[in-house]
Design a binder for this molecule. Structure first.
Ligand code: GTP
Ligand code: MG
Length: 244
């Protein structure tokens, strides 16, 4: 069994991409399940085979611990680890080739607390990968691009598994620079802020990220037009079979 996690900033398209990838793998005759790990979500664009909301209820946590919605969401994120045995057992009953894990909207609740990385490391699988979604609608300047690249690096440091970076909502991109940066991240140096502190900081961070190969490939993807789905599938197959 292979685990594929979908992470990214709030609203970057994780749930939508979970839906598209699950359907695409099923069409290719793979045994696939989708797992919702977001206890706070109301509507999902796919039918979750395993849903954390069946194990953890935000409303019950609010009542039981006398917490407001924010406190309850934080506690719910921490409680995910206490459900890992049940989730592993339920996954076993499906005996899937691939499991897509749609993670919570607030990335910091999953990746920067101990529970998310613990969950990722303790799922019973043979191969694992993380798809990090860079929301193209948040990127208009080199500073934004570099900030999201830094976040992608932080997530890789936290989860410690192979990572694919995708530029989500490609159908909404109307900035040619962004596509140039995605194709060749060194292009960012042609568009840096003109001078001053931001120029210096952005260029130093960009150099380090490039040197560390953390942003080697950035696949433009759209859940509307299905652009990039074949590329993600090919890269996942390479990572999961060879452990790149
Ligand atoms: N145009 C366009 N819209 C998209 C795409 N992917 C997602 N969206 C829209 O963006 C919004 C957020 O998408 P979701 O898939 O819910 O994003 P998410 O990352 O799961 O959101 P949270 O779980 O709340 O963080 C929805 O209105 C989607 O319809 C895309 O590729 N293109
Ligand atoms: Mg979501």
């Amino acid at each position: 069994m292979n685990s594929i996690f979908l992470t990214g900033t709030a609203g970057s398209g994780k749930s939508q991409l979970t839906s598209i990838l699950t359907d695409s793998f099923i069409q290719n005759e793979k045994e696939v399940i989708a797992v919702n790990l977001d206890p706070g979500v109301n509507n999902l664009p796919y039918s979750a085979d395993i849903d954390i909301r069946d194990f953890i209820s935000i409303n019950e946590i609010m009542e039981k611990y006398n917490l407001g919605p924010n406190g309850a969401v934080i506690l719910a994120a921490d409680l995910i680890t206490s459900k890992i045995d049940e989730i592993n057992d339920t996954i076993q009953t499906y005996n899937p080739d691939y499991v897509f894990f749609d993670t919570p909207g607030q990335i910091e609740l999953f990746a920067f607390r101990t529970s998310g990385p613990y969950f990722v490391q303790n799922i019973n699988d043979q191969g694992r990968a993380n798809i990090f979604l860079c929301d193209s609608t948040l990127i208009s300047k080199p500073e934004n691009f570099v900030s999201i690249a830094l976040l992608a690096s932080s997530i890789k440091l936290q989860l410690k598994i192979p990572q694919i970076c995708v530029l989500s909502k490609q159908d909404l991109i109307n900035d040619e620079n962004l596509l140039k940066w995605a194709e060749d991240p060194t292009e960012i140096f042609n568009n840096l802020p003109k001078d001053g502190e931001m120029h210096d900081l952005t260029s130093r961070i960009a150099s380090n990220l490039l040197e560390a190969d953390l942003f080697e490939e950035l696949i433009p993807v759209s859940s509307m037009t299905h652009q990039g789905i074949a590329e993600i599938t090919a890269l996942l197959s390479r990572i999961l079979t060879r452990g790149d």
